[in-house]
Design a protein around this ligand. Sequence first.
Ligand code: SF4
Length: 72
Amino acid sequence: MKIIHEIEKCIGCGSCVAVCPANWEIGDDSKAHLLGAKKGSVDGSEELETEQIGCSQDAADICPVQCIKIKK
Ligand code: SF4
């Protein structure tokens, strides 16, 4: 499975961090970042291959601009 975060769309609201602090943090750029992620294949994105989506599913569900995608 892959978690993709479209950073450019992120408004830095912090909801993902609130529901999933184990996997998400707000960076110096005031945008959320997925811990352990690498630069994504699309400009302005980051992604992480994982077998454990965990609370990042909640982060994807709560994100108001739907910039967290999970591909299974
Ligand atoms: S919930 Fe979405 S918009 Fe808000 S900080 Fe997280 S990724 Fe960014």
